[in-house]
Design a protein around this ligand. Sequence first.
Ligand SMILES: [Zn+2]
Length: 90
Amino acid sequence: MSLLCQSCGMPFSRSGLAHGHESDGSPSADYCALCYDGGVFLQPAMKRTSMQHLVMHSFEREGWPNAAAWAATRHIAFLKRWRGTKTPQT
Ligand SMILES: [Zn+2]
């Protein structure tokens, strides 16, 4: 099991963040329910930078300063979903 969702980078310890499910109904080891369910990504066309902005804005809505929110999302590029893909930067 990963400690962080390997798509959005949110920790599973975060309150309310559930694991997604595989197509057979078993919990996904790597992805949260916001990103992944039924064995598929819920937003398959999402690009890595869009994900980073989405997560950053959710931190900002919680009152994080912009720089801290940005720093907290830099690791998203290294998560399993985005690693080694040819996902465009923009
Ligand atoms: Zn996620």
